[in-house]
Write a protein that binds this ligand. Structure first.
Ligand code: TYM
Length: 332
């Protein structure tokens, strides 16, 4: 069976972008693939994290995944720092990938901002750790949102360079799986910015922990323009906020975006928003309730993660040993 690996950073609340761009797709892929899902806590500390928050967020993200429908008995759910092979393989990849490749990563440029010299070395080398996450399991498919595409290309280049440097067909070329009506969910306050955990304004995103009243308030306050709803996708040209809200509706209702545009053609945004609230609450409400129930018992979540880490280790450790042999590390 082909194998999936994907991860999410436990740096704050899961939001609608994480759900529609990634986690919901993971749930749907569970029947076709052997899956490994990871809370990437090693990635999280590339930017400062309060240690107490990191612990809490790791459990919360795990609860969110399981509440959304990930089957942690059938598949593997764990946190990255519990499996040493990630960091160990990342070091090897630090020596395979080229500085020029990393220099091209747009996410580093965005996250580091103007003062690159002050960014952590980890933030720069982040994509190599991500390649290691995937290739430590020889994963063949990686379901992610649009924003991770460039990192995935780097993982493919790294796998290929490792294979050619050592003259062995060892790592597969992992395929990105980017699908659905909302592969890039934008901020509710600015249609040019991605919805993200790190946006200062909580009104920019819908969190998986938001209750119905909060969702209603955020959708009502979401930025739109003064025009009525268009009757086709062409009418969304130059209207990023309108396009984003229609995309969210389409993804939540599992409909084509063009169909949603024609359904609401000519209507006022206020009417559309009222229906979007009902839809969002209907989809996210049950997940929220289940997440809160799981969070009441942290020891249960910890037990799931511990078992997941044991299973992950059992796959990654032999692959890392092979890598060490290929590279020529003496293991007396
Ligand atoms: P992270 O934690 O930023 O996001 C987790 C997943 O959610 C997707 N996503 C979005 N999709 C659509 N619209 C958005 N606004 C949006 N925001 C986030 C992301 O594309 C991602 O799929 N580097 C990764 C984590 C990672 C990883 C990996 C992923 C580490 N190692 C190995 C795959 C394989 C990240 O920061 O995701």
């Amino acid at each position: 069976m082909q194998r999936i690996f994907s991860g999410v950073q436990p740096t704050g609340n899961l939001h609608l972008g994480n759900y529609l761009g990634a986690i919901r797709n993971w749930v749907r892929l569970q029947n076709e693939f052997e899956c490994i899902f990871c809370m990437v806590d090693l990635h999280a500390i590339t930017v400062w994290q309060d240690p107490k928050d990191l612990v809490k967020n790791t459990r919360e993200v795990a609860a969110g995944m399981i509440a959304a429908g990930i089957d942690a008995d059938k598949h593997i759910v764990f946190n990255q720092s519990m499996v040493p092979a990630h960091a160990q393989l990342a070091w090897v990849f630090n020596c395979v990938a080229r500085i020029g490749w990393l220099n091209r990563m747009t996410q580093f440029k965005e996250k580091a901002g103007k003062h690159k010299e002050n960014a952590s070395v980890g933030l720069f080398a982040y994509p190599n750790l991500m390649s290691a996450d995937i290739l430590a399991y020889k994963a063949t498919h990686v379901p992610v949102g649009e924003d991770q595409k460039q990192h995935l290309e780097l993982a493919r280049d790294t796998a290929q360079k490792f294979n050619s440097d050592y003259g062995i067909d060892f790592f597969p070329q992992p395929e990105p799986l980017i699908f659905g009506a909302a592969t890039r969910v934008m901020s509710l306050r600015d249609g040019a910015k991605k919805m993200s955990k790190s946006d200062e304004s909580d009104y920019s995103r819908i969190n998986m922990t938001d209750d119905a009243d909060t969702i209603a308030l955020k959708v009502r306050k979401a930025k739109t323009d003064l025009f009525p709803m268009p009757d086709s996708l062409d009418g969304l040209e130059g209207r990023p906020e309108a396009s984003n809200l229609i995309g969210i509706y389409a993804a939540l209702s599992d409909k084509d975006k063009a169909l949603v545009a024609s359904q609401f053609a000519g209507r006022q945004f206020s009417e559309f928003k009222a229906e979007l609230v009902d839809l969002a609450v209907a989809v996210l409400g049950p997940i929220n309730t289940e997440m809160n129930r799981l969070m009441d018992d942290p020891s249960h979540i910890d037990a799931i993660l511990k078992k997941g880490a044991e299973r992950a280790n059992a796959i990654a450790e032999p692959i890392l040993k092979d890598v060490y042999d290929i590279v020529g590390f003496l293991r007396p």
